[in-house]
Structure formats: C-alpha cells, structure tokens
Ligand binder design. Structure first.
Ligand code: MG
Length: 257
C-alpha cells in the first residue's frame, strides 16, 4: 500500500505544481478587460518635429518626402502621400521597409484624424511591427478605452504601456523606441527581444522582454527567424497618418571595457 500512496501523492503534487505554474505565470489573460488601465499623463503640447540625426536612415520625412523606402508586397507602396505626411490607404494592406533591420532606434510620428469614429480597437488602429512580427500598437487612446495590452504604447497582447500619454485625435503623437532583436542559438531562443519606448517623451516601455511574435487573442511565442527583417506598418482599415520616420541601426549592446 505504501508505494501506490507515494505515487498518488507524487502525482497530486505534480498536478498542483502544474496548476500553480499555470496560474502564477501570468496574472492576466491576453486582452484581459480586468487588467488595470494605466494612469493618464498629459505629455504637454506638440513640439516641432525632431530632425533626423546625421547617421539616421530616413524612411519618410523632409529629406525623403515619398514612399520610396517602403513597399506593398513586392511592389511600390500603395498608401498615399499628401502635405508632407502619408496615410494608411485602407484595404491595400500593410507596407514594409525595403531595408532589413535588427537592433534599431526608431523615431516615428502618427496621428488619428479628428473625424475618425473610434471605438475600442476600431476606427483608430495601426501598428509598428519590428522585424515584421513584433508590434508596438498605434491606437487612438485619448479618450478611447480598450484592453490595456492593446492601447497606444502597448506591446500588443503582452505589455500595456506604463502610463497613458496619448494625445487626443487630431494631434501628433511621437514614438521614440529602442528595439533589440531576439537571439536564437541552435534553433532555440537564447535571448528575448526587448523594447524601450517613449510616447510623446514619456516612458511607456522600460526594456520590456517580449514573450514572442505578436499574436491576437493568444499567448505569444517565438519561432526562430533571420537576424534582420523589415519594419512594417499596419493597415487595420483606418486612415492613420504618419510623418517624420527615421531609424538608426544599433551595434550590439556591449559591456564595460
Ligand atoms: Mg494595431
């Protein structure tokens, strides 16, 4: 009788451990409406566009006032440029950079038109995908409310922004981001991707470790991929406007010397 009892207790312990791990791993479900909304922060008035530094690759801006750095599929980008900005052309699909990037500093400005009818994830949605797969959400979030891991400044489905520093519709929002690519070794994740992001000068992601490629309604996971990939802007069906986009390629982060 002793042996089966030990086995039974062992089995029960394993089951309890598994249940504990499952509930302890994540406090909230993906897109959990009970996840607290980040505190609102007024970022102040919109400033003048930040000029691209000398070592930046301009993807759109005064030095490159067209979409030649971008593509739709294998062809030219189908979104429209007007008055020094460009806008999502709904239902033409996402656009991606022709260049490939790994670790980067990104500057990007976006605006949700004042006339857009926004509700939750609809009407004011786009996104910036690093390496074609890791989304920093673009969403009208002032005063629009949605699940915390899907608002402006969120790493979609993974991390809400630390605070809500989004400006109202009709005003420019500014992203400044440091993206570090994941590292894979022998077909396995050796180091996760990380994101530090400022929205309108306010820290919204602090070296957040991504859980994997962006997923909708599902827990993210990694699949090995190339060390570089395009930056992609999302066509979510809404005419979000963009201007002043530049990147700086970053060397791997070094230690003290
Ligand atoms: Mg999006």
């Amino acid at each position: 009788m002793r042996f089966p009892l030990v086995v039974a207790i062992g089995g029960l312990s394993l089951a309890l451990l598994a249940a504990t791990q499952a509930t302890q791993s994540f406090k909230y479900q993906v897109h959990d409406m009970t996840r607290p909304q980040p505190a609102k922060v007024d970022p102040g008035a919109v400033g003048a566009p930040v000029p691209a530094p000398s070592d930046a690759i301009v993807l759109f801006g005064p030095a490159k006032p067209d979409l030649s750095a971008w593509r739709s599929g294998d062809g030219d980008a189908k979104w429209k440029v007007r008055d020094g900005m460009f806008a999502v052309e709904p239902s033409t699909g996402d656009i991606s950079t022709r260049d490939q990037f790994g670790d980067v500093q990104l500057h990007l400005e976006w605006l949700v038109p004042v006339e857009a009818k926004v509700e939750g994830q609809h009407g004011g949605n786009s996104g910036v995908f690093f390496m074609d797969r890791y989304e920093l959400q673009v969403l009208s979030s002032n005063p629009n409310v949605t699940y915390a891991d899907g608002m402006a400044g969120a790493l979609y489905g993974q991390y809400p922004p630390l605070v809500n520093a989004c400006r109202p519709q009709g005003q420019w929002n500014v992203y400044d981001v440091v993206f570090r690519a994941p590292v894979f070794k022998d077909g396995k994740l050796a180091k996760p991707a990380t994101v530090t992001a400022f929205l309108n000068g306010v820290l919204v992601q602090d070296n957040a470790e991504l859980l994997g490629a962006t997923a909708h309604g599902a827990r993210a996971s990694y699949s090995p991929h190339d060390p570089t990939g395009p930056i992609r802007l999302q066509d979510h069906g809404d005419p979000i406007r963009f201007r002043n986009i530049w990147v700086r390629k970053l060397a791997p982060r070094g230690g003290a010397e």
